[in-house]
Every structure is written in structure tokens, then in C-alpha cells.
Design a protein around this ligand. Structure first.
Ligand code: PEP
Ligand code: MG
Length: 582
């Protein structure tokens, strides 16, 4: 909807609410630069001019890298080292003089010369079978892009250091973009892509940044720096809002904040229903730098280790992983830590791995499947996890398990890693608990067989919903088909909970549903006694559970199981929640 309002247009855009809240701020359009370099030559008489331009770009690249390293501060020493290593490449005599020769003797345009020379150096390095040298190849690619961007006169967009409060507007945000986000200044997020349970949505929720996704053409429509009123509860963003719309946004945020303050009173209490049935509440984390007081949670139900792989420019070594896992165990201070093995693929990519492109990546060689096909990567992670295992209560969990074969194969890999450690006399916990994620319908339907073979399981409702409903969790166009609360999901969840409970094996839910207060009550009624969520959701879930008795939650679940559509179920849940809040 577009409306004339004086000279400038007031425009209302709509999207899916993915993270609660409302905010008024200026737009920051994020369009990461992609190389667009043509293999062209220039007229020989321009030789000196082009050489000077290349040298200026190299000098500017060095200054940029120095600034980036300096800005990172002491907590990010490892990332700073990467920038400094990149700067060193710009001092590499062979590399730089070959590039200059390609400009002055072959008359290649400087960005094309960089493309040619850096690519041939990268190819040479990639052939060496040494992970450290292979990492230099990735560094070269990064420096190449930086030089080309500067030469073409484009500014770097860095989401980790912003000057003012902004609402970020992007086509899509990769988990690597959101992981380094400047949380002081990003006050809201609007994306064109991404479903309600995409990884960027999950991160926005965990940082409590109001966000909407699926906003068609947002990047094209919203000019840089325009004032926006984002209401992520209603799922709308207004460009150049009227004063009353700004006021409404502020009011809406104040209501949310006062609700959060009321819920915060529950934070220090244990998770339990009104009649004292204990519900273990865990947290989901993505790195060893998580913010949650150990007094507020019972266990770490999901440690998404892939973020460790996404931080750097090459695979983390066994020692680096050991350090990270040990830090998490230390911070958890004796509480169980569920380490999920590498879950890459789908919307989570590792650029340095150069994985083959797949037409349907969510149905492809991802997560455990990828690990089973890359024993080198899997064994390194398993050895690191096992070595950390005797320093705390570490348990292993495999993502994307589709059948019993996957469980047998994954367990055989753990045994192989144990044998490697035995051979070197390295200690580990030989009784480490092994669990699986239930996120593919096939294993959910065989939950009784799976329960007999593992020590525990956790339902990944984000992916389970995507596969049960055959709707891509990233694709806003099929958003209405992606139904966490469909009757099919509820039936499947009940089957899984009862199969595990019957065999006395712990079963939790660690998908986003677990952190939604109304879903937490429903899941409890369906049989879950363990829920794991973003730390930011703990207070709301504790408050919701404290308001209901187990019997009320079970009645609610039974009523929902008798319904025919998600719409009916959601209406019933909302009415119930509103009544319980009175
Ligand atoms: C899930 O699928 O529900 C889950 C917790 O894993 P992820 O969101 O990381 O795929
Ligand atoms: Mg998943």
C-alpha cells in the first residue's frame, strides 16, 4: 500500500512477525557486495594511471584491515589475527609484483589483474594437502574481493560496527552476518527472505531484536536512511510514518517491555506447573560466549556447534574445538551440555568448503549425512568432544537422523574416535550419553525403535515442521504451509513423547516451539518434561507454566488433538492463554 503524504510517500510494507517488538529508527540497507569483474584490458597509454589506482586500492585495503583488527577489541583476538594475516598478504612481494606485471605488461584492468593472479595463486595453494595452507587459499580469496571492491569504489558494509541505531533491511541474512551483528545499534530487522524459523529469525529472537521477514522487495523499496516505524508484533513496517504511528510504535514497545518485566520475576524460579510438576528448562546456545545466568536454566539442551565452523575461514582444528567445548562446560558449571555435532547445509553454509551446489539443499547431503560422508571432519569433531567430555557433563547429539542406519553409523564413528584416543592414551568419558535430534518424520514414526538405541532425544521442531508439512522453512511464499501447530505435528509429537517416556528415556524439545509460552504449555500437556530454548524465552515460558496445572495442560492438549486445522488450534491456544493470564 502506498500513499501520498506531502511530497514524500508514506508506504506500508507487511511481512511475517518473527521476533516481537516495535521500534522507530532509520533504515540501513545491507547489500553485501558481490564481485562483478570483467576480464578487460585498457589502452597502453593509461598504464601509469591504472598502476597508481591499483596501488591506492592496496593501500586503502591495508588501512581498512588495520582498522578492522583494531576495532575488534580484546575479546575477538582470533578474528583480529585473521585481518592482520590478510594485511600481510598485501605485502607479499611475489603476489603483488605479479599483479602489477599483469597491469603494466598485459594491460589488464586492475580488478581483472587481481582476479587472474590471486586466482592462480589460490589454485596452487589448494592443491597442497595441508589444512593450514588451504586456509591461506581462503584468505587470498577474501583479500582479492576486498581489493576489487575498493578498486570499484564500493564501501564495505560491516554489520559488526555501526555508528547509529538502525533498522537493518536486507534481502537475506546469513547466520554468519547475524552472528557478528552490532547488537547495540541494530534495533530492528526487515528481510525479504527467511521464514519464521530461519536461523536469522532464531538469532533475532535470541537477541530480542524486533524483526519481520518475507517483506517483498524491501531492499528496492526502502531508501537508505529513511525513517521507519517497525511493528514486529503486527508484522508491518511504515516508511516515513506519521507522528501518531510513531507514538503507537513506542506504546507497543512499552507494553512489551512491561510484559517482559513482569515475566522476569519468574526467571529465578525453577520451571514447574502451578501444581509443582517440574519441567526441566534448558537453553540453546551457538558459541562459548553465551549470556545466561546458570541459576536460570537446568541444562544446555542444544549447543549448535556449526557456528564455531562459520566464524573462521577454515575448519576449526581439534585443539580449537576442544578449547571451545571446554569453555562451555566450564560456564555450565556441572550442568549437562548437549553438543550437537556439525549441522551444516540447508541455510547454513561453509564458504571455504566449496560444497557442491544442490537443487534442494534442505533435502540434501546435510548435517549428519554430510559428516558421515566426510569422516575426516566428523572424526576431528568427535575426538575434540570426547576429549572435552571428562571435563564436565557433556552429551553428544546427532542432527538429521533419518533411520536406524544413521544411528548405527554415527555410534560406530564415536567408537572409532574413542579407539583413536585409546591408542594415544588420551582420557575421555567412555560412558558419554548419545542422543539424536528428532527432526525427520521417518525417525519420529519409529521413535520406539530409536528410543531403544539411544540415551536421549530432542525434537527439532523447526525442521520437523518443515519436513512434515513439505514447506521450506526459509521460503516466505510457503509460510502459511509451514505449520508448527498442525494436527499432524501434534499427533507426531505425542507419539514421540510417549515412545521415549515408555522406555524411560529423556525426551526434550529444542526447536523454537519450546520457547513460545503457549507452545510450552501445549508440549507439556502432550507429554514433554524437558524444553530447551533461547535464554531470552526462559522467563516467558516459566511464567506461562506457573499459571497452569498439569491436568489443565493435558486437557488443553487433548482438546487440540481433536481439532482439524492449525487455525482452530491456535485460536484455542490463544483463548486459553488469555484466560490463564487473567
Ligand atoms: C530444529 O530443527 O528444530 C533445530 C533445533 O535445529 P536447527 O534450527 O538448528 O536446524
Ligand atoms: Mg534442525
Amino acid at each position: 500500500m502506498a500513499e501520498k503524504d506531502g511530497k514524500l510517500q508514506r508506504i506500508v510494507l507487511t511481512g511475517n512477525p518473527v521476533s516481537d517488538g516495535a521500534v522507530v529508527a532509520r533504515a540501513y540497507i545491507y547489500e553485501p557486495w558481490e564481485p562483478d569483474v570483467l576480464p578487460t584490458c585498457f589502452e597502453p597509454e593509461k598504464k601509469q594511471e591504472k598502476l597508481d589506482a591499483f596501488r591506492r586500492a592496496a593501500k586503502q585495503a591495508k588501512a581498512e584491515l588495520t582498522r578492522l583488527a583494531e576495532n575488534l577489541g580484546p575479546d575477538f583476538g582470533d578474528q583480529a589475527k585473521i585481518f592482520l594475516a590478510h594485511r600481510e598478504l598485501l605485502d607479499d612481494e611475489e603476489l603483488m609484483s605479479e599483479t602489477e606485471l599483469a597491469i603494466t605488461e598485459a594491460f589488464w584492468e586492475p580488478d581483472a589483474a587481481v582476479e587472474k593472479v590471486f586466482t592462480s595463486f589460490t589454485e596452487m595453494l589448494s592443491q597442497v594437502d595441508d589444512p593450514l595452507i588451504a586456509a591461506r587459499a581462503a584468505d587470498l580469496q577474501d583479500v582479492k574481493k576486498r581489493l576489487q571492491r575498493i578498486y570499484q569504489g564500493r564501501e564495505e558494509q560491516n554489520l559488526s560496527k555501526l555508528e547509529n541505531d538502525v533498522i537493518l533491511v536486507a534481502r537475506d541474512l546469513m547466520p554468519s552476518d547475524t552472528a557478528g551483528l552490532d547488537r547495540r545499534h541494530v534495533k530492528g530487522i526487515i528481510t525479504e527472505a527467511g521464514g519464521t524459523n530461519s536461523h536469522s529469525a532464531i538469532l533475532a529472537r535470541s537477541f530480542q531484536i524486533p524483526a519481520i521477514s518475507g517483506v517483498v522487495n524491501a531492499v528496492r523499496i526502502i531508501p537508505q536512511n529513511t525513517l521507519l516505524a517497525l511493528d514486529a508484533v503486527k508484522g508491518q513496517a511504515i516508511l516515513r510514518p506519521r507522528q501518531e504511528e510513531i507514538d503507537a510504535c513506542v506504546r507497543s514497545q512499552n507494553i512489551l517491555l512491561s510484559r517482559r518485566r513482569a515475566q522476569a520475576q519468574y526467571l529465578g524460579r525453577p520451571g514447574a506447573t502451578r501444581d509443582g510438576i517440574s519441567i526441566d528448562l534448558g537453553i540453546n546456545i551457538g558459541s562459548c560466549k553465551f549470556e545466561a545466568s546458570e541459576n536460570y536454566y537446568d541444562f544446555i539442551g542444544l549447543f549448535r556447534t556449526e557456528f564455531l565452523y562459520m566464524e573462521g575461514l577454515c575448519l576449526p582444528t581439534e585443539e580449537e574445538q576442544l578449547t571451545a567445548y571446554t569453555k562451555v562446560l566450564e560456564q555450565a558449571n556441572g550442568k549437562a551440555v548437549t553438543l550437537r555435532t556439525l549441522d551444516i547445509g540447508g541455510d547454513k553454509n561453509l564458504p571455504y568448503m566449496d560444497l557442491p551446489r544442490e537443487d534442494n539443499p534442505f533435502l540434501g547431503n546435510r548435517a549428519l549425512r554430510l559428516c558421515l560422508s566426510r569422516p575426516d571432519i566428523f572424526q576431528t569433531q568427535l575426538r575434540a568432544a570426547l576429549r572435552a567430555s571428562h571435563r564436565g557433563k557433556l552429551q553428544l547429539m546427532f542432527p538429521m537422523v533419518g533411520g536406524m542406519e544413521d544411528i548405527y553409523r554415527a555410534k560406530a564413528c564415536v567408537r572409532a574416535a574413542m579407539e583413536q584416543l585409546d591408542a594415544k592414551g588420551i582420557p575421555y568419558n567412555p560412558h558419554i550419553r548419545i542422543g539424536i535430534m528428532i527432526e525427520i518424520p521417518s525417525i519420529a514414526l519409529m521413535a520406539d525403535l530409536a528410543a531403544a538405541e539411544v540415551d536421549f532425544a530432542s525434537v527439532g521442531s523447526n525442521d520437523l515442521t518443515q519436513y512434515v508439512s513439505a514447506a521450506d522453512r526459509m521460503n516466505p511464499a510457503v509460510g502459511p504451509y509451514y505449520q508448527n501447530y498442525s494436527p499432524a505435528m501434534l499427533r507426531l509429537l505425542e507419539t514421540v513423547f510417549s515412545a521415549f517416556t515408555a522406555q524411560d528415556k529423556p525426551i526434550s524439545v529444542c526447536g523454537e516451539m519450546a520457547g513460545d509460552p503457549k507452545a510450552a504449555v501445549l508440549l507439556t500437556g502432550l507429554g514433554a518434561r524437558k524444553l530447551s530454548m533461547n535464554p531470552a524465552s526462559l522467563a516467558g515460558v516459566k511464567a506461562a507454566l506457573a499459571r497452569v496445572s498439569l491436568k489443565e495442560a493435558q486437557d488443553l492438549a487433548r482438546q487440540c488433538l481433536g481439532m482439524r486445522t492449525q487455525k482452530e488450534i491456535l485460536e484455542h491456544l490463544s483463548a486459553f492463554t488469555a484466560e490463564a493470564e487473567v
